[in-house]
Write a protein that binds this ligand. Structure first.
Ligand code: PGA
Length: 252
C-alpha cells in the first residue's frame, strides 16, 4: 500500500518563535488524536528546522526544507546544501515548487542537480509539478505536467524514483482560493500514475504517493482525498493554522 502523506508548506512565513509554536500545536494534536496511516510533514523555513525538530516528536511528524542548493558545497553565498538540511534532522525536501520555478528560474536542469543531491544525502524529495491557467484553458495540462516529470524525476533510476513523493499543484489553484475539483485532481493524478507505469512499471506506479496541492482546506480535503489516485496533500495557507492543518490530516 502506498503511503498517505499530508505535508505543510509554510513558505516564507512565521518568525522562528511563531513557527515553533505552530509546530508544537500540530504535534500536540497529532499526539492526542493520532494521525493514523497518514505521514505528516511540516515544510518550514531553513532557519526553523532545528528548533522545530527539537520541539516535536519526529517519530510522529517529519520535517521538510522547502528547497536545497544545486551544489554540494563551496562558494555559493546564501545557499543551503542538501547535506546541511539532512544534518538538521529534516528528512524531506520540497523541490520544484512553481514559486521556485517562476520566481527563481529553476529549470529542469537545476532541479535534476538538486534531486541528485537530495537523494545522495538521504532526503526524500517532495517533487512538485503543475500547469499555469493558460495551459489548463488550452486543455494541454496532462501533456505539460507529464513532460515536466519526463525532464526530471523520470530521469532517475527506478531505485531512486521509489524514494520520491510527487505533488501535483495546478498553479492557478495555489493561494488563490480556487481549488481544482476532485475530478480534475483525479484525472491528472491518474494520468501521472499511468505515465509512471509506462516509465517504471505498474508496481512502482502503484507505490508512488501523489499529493494534491492548491487551496486545499478543511472543507474540500475530504472530497479531494477520497479520489483513488490522490494520496494526500501539499498544504500552503491552511498549514499555517494548526486547527485547519489537523482537520486536513484527519480528512482521511
Ligand atoms: P496553498 O499552497 O495551499 O496556499 O494554495 C499550496 C502550495 O503552494 O504548496
Amino acid at each position: 500500500m502506498r503511503k498517505k502523506v499530508v505535508a505543510g508548506n509554510w513558505k516564507c512565513n512565521t518568525t522562528l518563535q511563531e513557527g515553533v509554536e505552530l509546530a508544537k500545536a500540530v504535534d500536540a494534536v497529532v499526539a492526542e488524536k493520532g494521525a493514523e496511516d497518514v505521514v505528516v510533514v511540516m515544510g518550514t523555513p531553513f532557519t526553523h528546522i532545528t528548533s522545530v525538530v527539537d520541539a516535536i516528536n519526529t517519530e510522529r511528524i517529519g520535517v521538510a526544507s522547502q528547497n536545497c542548493a544545486a551544489e554540494a558545497k563551496g562558494a555559493f553565498t546564501g545557499e543551503v546544501s542538501a547535506a546541511m538540511v539532512k544534518s538538521t534532522g529534516a528528512e524531506y525536501v520540497i523541490l520544484g515548487h512553481s514559486e521556485r520555478r517562476d520566481y527563481y528560474g529553476e529549470t529542469s536542469e537545476i532541479l535534476n542537480k538538486k534531486l541528485a543531491l537530495a537523494l545522495e544525502n538521504g532526503l526524500t524529495p517532495i517533487f512538485c509539478c503543475g500547469e499555469a491557467l493558460a495551459i489548463r484553458e488550452a486543455g494541454t495540462q496532462n501533456d505539460f505536467v507529464i513532460n515536466q516529470l519526463k525532464e526530471t524525476i523520470f530521469q532517475l533510476s527506478a531505485e531512486d524514483f521509489k524514494k520520491i513523493v510527487i505533488a501535483y499543484e495546478p498553479i492557478w489553484a495555489i493561494g488563490t482560493g480556487v481549488t481544482a475539483t476532485s475530478d480534475q485532481a483525479q484525472d491528472m493524478h491518474a494520468a501521472i500514475r499511468a505515465a509512471v507505469a509506462e516509465q517504471f512499471g505498474q508496481e512502482i506506479a502503484d507505490g508512488v504517493s501523489i499529493l494534491y496541492g492548491g487551496s486545499c482546506n478543511p472543507k474540500n480535503a475530504n472530497d479531494i482525498f477520497s479520489k483513488a489516485d490522490v494520496d494526500g496533500g501539499l498544504i500552503g495557507g491552511a498549514s499555517m493554522k494548526a486547527e485547519d492543518f489537523i482537520q486536513i490530516i484527519n480528512a482521511y
